[in-house]
Design a protein around this ligand. Structure first.
Ligand code: THU
Length: 115
């Protein structure tokens, strides 16, 4: 379900994210690639931008699903920190049931940049 919108013709690496806002609503995101590879946006950031542009500002947890149980990249971690410094991150493997690992954002991005 979270990977429904994936557009990954270049890497074929399909990633989905489900972001739980404090409001109780869940926002989805999938990775969206581009022929100019650097313009690709990860599933996690798509989920965040979806939610933030819908007016959400506070978040509880994000679940990320991929074939390799990938953890969020550095850029996504910094975007998460902007809105959810205490975010819980659940990483799932598509073929398994339930999360493989869970983290707090503090563990994945200590001493991060902030203004
Ligand atoms: N990707 C994500 O969507 N999230 C991550 O946490 C890591 C990588 C995507 C970007 C690209 O479309 C593909 O996975 C391979 O890097």
């Amino acid at each position: 379900m979270a990977r429904r919108g994936v557009y990954a013709p270049y890497s074929k690496f399909r990633v989905g994210a489900a972001l739980l806002a404090s409001s109780g609503k869940v926002y989805h995101g999938s990775n969206v690639e581009n022929a100019s590879y650097g313009l690709t946006v990860c599933a996690e950031r798509v989920a965040f931008f979806n939610a933030v542009s819908a007016g959400e500002r506070r978040f509880v947890a994000i679940a990320v699903v991929s074939d390799g149980a990938a953890t969020p990249c550095g850029a996504c971690r910094q975007v998460m920190a902007e809105f959810a410094p205490k975010l819980r991150i659940l990483v799932a493997e598509a073929k398994r049931r339930g999360p493989v690992r869970t983290f707090l954002l503090d563990e994945l991005l200590p001493s991060r940049f902030s203004l």
